[in-house]
Design a binder for this molecule. Structure first.
Ligand SMILES: *Cc1c(COP(=O)(O)O)cnc(C)c1O
Length: 292
């Protein structure tokens, strides 16, 4: 894997730096390429099993890795209406040969935070939240350190968190302060994830978002912010994590030349989010007309 580029970007009149992990690999969205890097060395497996949401970037990335390596991939999830017409991550993962099973059949705890290998089958926790992820994230840290040395910078690093795996291991390997925000649960949930993964590692600072956003819910203000980001920077960000990230940075006035934002990919998941936002906007337009 070649290092991903770091670019200077301007948004809302502020300049900051952007680590383009979204450009790492066309089929392995950003931080999943880092978190699943350890799988490259796992030569003794024939099957991968994991669980989580039907829209997850981790699910899609695993389906791609499995296809490339000729492994079977079994994924446990709660069925939902998107199965009738699979798109985005789900559509692509099914095309890659992913086998779906009901969530109740997942043989381990949902809180599992390490991998389990039984014979040639590897069981992975939700979202790749496992100690082995450290290896690939250490490489990301090394790339950042090399850039900082060359450019004589000591940036503040920012990235939105799901399980917090990427933020925690980045902080472990960087002498710079790492800031993150909880996107999936609240601050307490994120702190628990940090503790479960590595109780002794220094922890990133958790910033509170300006308001409580439920993961996967639609917020027209966030969609507007995402569109504005695209219009002003030319970069497509993800629609689940990044808009909350930028809303928080703007709120705490942290967008400046000392900031390095990690773009963690996830663009494949945008298709279904955009569709949902369009449907919501159409509905609003219709009710507005009806009211006139
Ligand atoms: C998976 C993912 C995250 C969350 O990463 P964690 O290591 O679980 O915190 C953030 N952004 C994008 C785009 C992702 O795909």
């Amino acid at each position: 894997m070649r290092p991903s580029p770091i670019q200077r970007i301007t948004f809302a009149g502020r300049s900051f730096f952007l680590k383009r992990d979204d450009l790492l690999h066309p089929h392995l969205s950003g931080n999943k390429a880092r978190k699943f890097h350890f799988l490259q060395q796992k030569r003794d497996i024939k099957e991968i099993q994991s669980f989580g949401s039907l829209h997850s970037n981790a699910m899609y990335s695993l389906s791609f890795l499995a296809k490339e390596r000729g492994l079977s991939f079994i994924y446990y999830a709660r069925p939902d209406p998107s199965l009738k017409n699979p798109k985005g991550n789900l559509g692509a993962a099914l095309e890659n040969g992913m086998i779906l099973r009901p969530l109740e059949d997942w043989p381990y705890s949902k809180e599992l935070s390490h991998t389990i290998q039984i014979g040639s089958c590897l069981y992975l926790p939700e979202g790749g939240r496992c100690p082995e992820a450290e290896e690939g994230i250490a490489i990301l840290a090394k790339e950042i350190l090399e850039w900082a040395k060359k450019e004589r910078k000591s940036p503040t690093v920012f990235l939105p968190s799901g399980t917090g795996t990427t933020a925690l291991f980045l902080q472990k390997y960087l002498p710079f302060q790492v800031y993150t925000i909880p996107c999936v649960g609240g601050e307490a949930y994120l702190w628990e994830q940090f503790e479960a993964l590595d109780p002794t590692a220094p922890k990133p600072i958790i910033l509170p978002p300006p308001k409580k956003y439920r993961f996967g819910r639609l917020y027209l203000k966030l969609f507007e912010l995402w569109r504005e980001l695209k219009a002003q920077t030319g970069v497509t960000f993800d629609l689940l994590y990044d808009p909350v990230g930028f809303a928080t940075l703007l709120h705490h006035d942290l967008l400046d030349e000392d900031l390095l934002y990690i773009h963690q990919g996830g663009i494949m998941g945008n298709e279904t989010m955009i569709e949902r936002y369009k449907a919501k906007l159409d509905k609003i337009a219709k009710t507005d007309k009806g009211a006139q």
